[in-house]
Design a protein. Structure first.
Length: 242
């Protein structure tokens, strides 16, 4: 099976590179996200938490919804090692089992890079975790609070899975359902980290912003091979007509 196949419903020409205007727009958006991230990280380095962090956290934790804990609890557990490595590794192996070697490699690039960025930015920002005298804390942790690692990794890895569904599968209601499910899980992960008291909302925002930047880098890494294949195809056609 070809290394770019994911199943019988693949769209043709998925490796064709985007036009220059589209790529410039995407680069501009990523640059704005990156600048916002830097500003937020600098503030988080100097401020343990913002007033709005405390307001949002207490509102989320005080919500009288019976099922919220049972819904968000599993997501919190999912983001901790070694379970997160097991789950992501299993997903990558499943992708690999379809013969999609490059997709599996790019998925690994997404999750490993996200993990590395989490450690790096946590060390640089060194923000304290939410204290138990201000909010309810489900899992007392002692490392840096910014960014929310669960959210960063989830945004990059699950976001890339959603990207693969968009570009490698033909439009259908199962594809739309899967993408909606992934987006919902990404949103709920941030809410879960706030509800657990392990992170401030601004930590979650930071994790989301870094995750978006790394997701964009992963997509570029993935498309890099596609552009190479596309260029080789054009060169081959020009050679045949010359």
């Amino acid at each position: 099976m070809a290394d770019h196949a994911l199943g019988p419903t693949l769209t043709e020409g998925a490796e064709e590179p985007s036009g220059r205007p589209h790529r410039l727009l995407s680069a501009g958006i990523v640059a704005c996200v990156a600048l916002s991230l830097v500003a937020l990280a600098v503030c988080a380095h100097h401020v343990p938490y913002f007033a709005i962090d405390l307001t949002i956290t207490r509102h989320v934790q005080g919500a009288q919804v019976a099922w919220i804990g049972s819904l968000l609890g599993p997501l919190n557990v999912l983001g901790f090692p070694p379970l997160v490595a097991i789950v992501h590794g299993t997903v990558i192996l499943l992708i690999l089992s379809t013969g999609a070697r490059w997709e599996a490699a790019a998925s690994g690039f997404a999750t490993l890079g996200a993990a590395g960025l989490t450690l790096l930015v946590k060390a640089l920002v060194a923000r304290p975790r939410p204290p138990i005298d201000l909010v309810q804390v489900a899992n007392p942790l002692h490392d840096s609070s910014f960014p929310a690692g669960h959210v960063l990794n989830f945004t990059a890895f699950v976001g890339f899975l959603g990207y693969l569904l968009c570009v490698r599968l033909a439009p259908s209601w199962p594809r739309a359902t899967l993408i909606a499910l992934l987006v919902t899980m990404m949103a709920l992960m941030g809410l879960a980290r706030i509800h657990a008291g392990d992170h401030w909302p601004s930590d979650v925002l930071g994790g989301c912003l870094i995750g978006i930047v790394w997701l964009a880098m992963t997509v570029e890494f993935y498309r890099w091979r596609g552009r190479r294949s596309w260029n080789r195809s054009l060169e081959h056609e020009e050679h045949e007509h010359s």
